[in-house]
Design a protein around this ligand. Structure first.
Ligand SMILES: [Zn+2]
Length: 225
């Protein structure tokens, strides 16, 4: 991780796009203060995100610095930062595997160790964009103290105390959803018990593993560039 939040955000976006988690409309943010956050510019190309594609905006969406405006769904970030003082990074992706589950009205199940960190998974029961203050507040109420929630037939929201943590968690969420999807094609997936989930939480909720996850995808991205 670099120390410039704009550089970290750009790297995060490129990695998530390369891993097919973020599409051309996804957005990621890092908290700047109690009233502002860094987020990618709405019109910027995700696949080639650079530090200059990041803007600094207030919770009301007013641009403080940067060469463009935030995505229309900036309310998603503002609503969570207002409600959650422990959150310093937010990722919103129109991710496929986890969204398939909500489309088919299937609950997210803890089917592998890292994925169990995100269980239980709340769901916002509407596919509408989080493009108003009211929707942002509603999302924060559904998320409550959890690290992630799914938006029905829309996507996923993952938060973290750091960007590295949120990045690792959104990867775990999608991998769990993909594994669950395939397991359900051939039978009834095994679900981790409460005891197994607690063990995973204890062993795997670790800044070291989150960093290793980041480094893994950073190295992959470097190797193809
Ligand atoms: Zn969205």
């Amino acid at each position: 991780m670099q120390t410039d939040p704009r550089r970290d955000l750009a790297a995060c976006i490129r990695m998530l796009e390369a891993n097919k988690i973020l599409d051309y409309n996804g957005h990621c943010s890092v908290r700047h203060s109690d009233s502002a956050f860094y987020v990618n510019i709405g019109k910027a190309t995700r696949a080639t995100a650079r530090p200059e594609d990041i803007c600094l905006v207030t919770f009301e969406g007013e641009v403080i610095s940067g060469n463009g405006t935030p995505p229309l769904e900036f309310h998603l970030h503002a609503g969570i930062y207002k409600a959650r003082k422990d959150v310093n990074a937010v990722i919103h992706a129109h991710s496929k595997w986890s969204t398939y589950l909500t489309m088919a009205r299937q609950d997210y199940l803890p089917v592998f160790a890292q994925g169990s960190l995100l269980y239980p998974m709340p769901i916002l029961d509407t596919p509408n964009s989080i493009n108003t203050k009211g929707m942002g507040d509603q999302l924060a109420q559904v998320l409550r103290e959890r690290p992630a929630c799914l938006l029905k037939s829309h996507g996923a929201v993952v938060v973290g105390s750091t960007l590295t943590e949120a990045f690792a968690l959104v990867n775990y969420l999608e991998e769990n959803a993909e594994r669950q999807y395939h397991a359900q094609m051939i039978g009834t997936p095994y679900q981790f018990s409460a005891e197994e989930r607690a063990l995973s939480q204890q062993k795997l909720w670790s800044p070291g593993l989150f960093q290793r996850t980041w480094d893994h995808f950073a190295a992959k991205l470097q190797s193809i560039n």
